[in-house]
Design a protein around this ligand. Structure first.
Ligand code: ADP
Ligand code: ADP
Length: 234
């Protein structure tokens, strides 16, 4: 089954007089339950692609389908629902809310989704346990290491049992060992809950856990490899 499909997605940013062609016609089909890595140099269009798939920005041309629903056809309410319930987001810079505890960060999307505060709390504690932070639930982001903050972000991304987790350079601000732990955690979540993970990276460590890797170059798909076709150096 296909969970995300893009059809000739183009994105042009206007910078005054200058057109920046960030995506030049991307066709991609992403299957339910797969772990897909998007590789490419800085500026190749990975974040832009994530913004299109995550409903955070609109393509200049082309279509994005999530579960075969054309995202452009959604009204504001449906789009908010999609972002809250169907997609989990993980960013390079963690993007936790600094005044909230780990638990509050994780429960927030569940409260938006309509769970009672007790339900959200129970599920939040369970998720923090799964990412290895059960003891740190009352800590605020500044009291946690980068790796721990990213674990909180992983728990938050999974809060509403999304169909897809979009992880944009999730290891970009972490050292090698901590980054590897985050990737292993994402892979574990992918295997245990079947959530589709789409991860942008220029980090070759990511490849070993990927079912497929898509290389993007200058806003276009350059080539795609399945795991068995990859020559992984460990
Ligand atoms: P990557 O995530 O692979 O580093 P991006 O998607 O961030 O690449 O950027 C692709 C291209 O689009 C780059 O040339 C970048 O400078 C440009 N770009 C990205 N976002 C914007 C924006 N909001 N306005 C103008 N140009 C942008
Ligand atoms: P991250 O790697 O955490 O996703 P980026 O540095 O790629 O962060 O981008 C952060 C934000 O800045 C994104 O929303 C992106 O679209 C925007 N952006 C990236 N490049 C440019 C640019 N050249 N001009 C304006 N905005 C940009």
């Amino acid at each position: 089954r296909t969970v995300v499909r893009t059809q000739q997605v183009k994105k042009i940013y206007l910078m005054g007089e200058i057109e920046v062609h960030a995506l030049r016609g991307v066709d991609m089909e992403i299957y339910t339950g797969e772990y897909l890595s998007i590789m490419g140099p800085s500026g190749s269009g990975k974040s832009t692609f994530f913004n299109m798939v995550g409903g955070l920005d609109k393509p200049t041309e082309g279509k994005v389908y999530i579960d075969e629903v054309d995202v452009a056809q959604l009204d504001a309410y449906e789009l908010a629902w999609l972002r809250c319930r169907k997609i989990g987001y993980i960013f390079q810079s963690f993007n936790l809310i600094p005044v909230m505890t780990a638990l509050e960060n994780v429960t927030l999307p569940m409260v938006f989704a309509g769970l009672t505060s007790d339900e959200a709390r129970d599920k939040g504690m369970e998720l923090l346990g799964k990412v290895g932070l059960g003891e740190r639930y009352s800590h605020k982001p500044y009291e946690l290491s980068g790796g721990q903050q990213q674990r909180v972000a992983v728990a938050r991304a999974l809060a509403n049992d999304p169909a897809v987790v979009l992880a944009d350079e999730p290891t970009g601000n972490l050292d090698l060992r901590t980054g590897t732990e985050i990737i292993e955690l994402l892979k574990e979540m992918n295997e245990n809950s079947g959530v589709t993970v789409i991860s942008a990276t220029h980090d070759h460590k990511m490849l070993s856990v990927s079912d497929r890797v898509v290389w993007i170059k200058d806003g276009q798909v350059d080539h795609v490899r399945k795991r068995e076709e990859l020559d992984i150096e460990v």
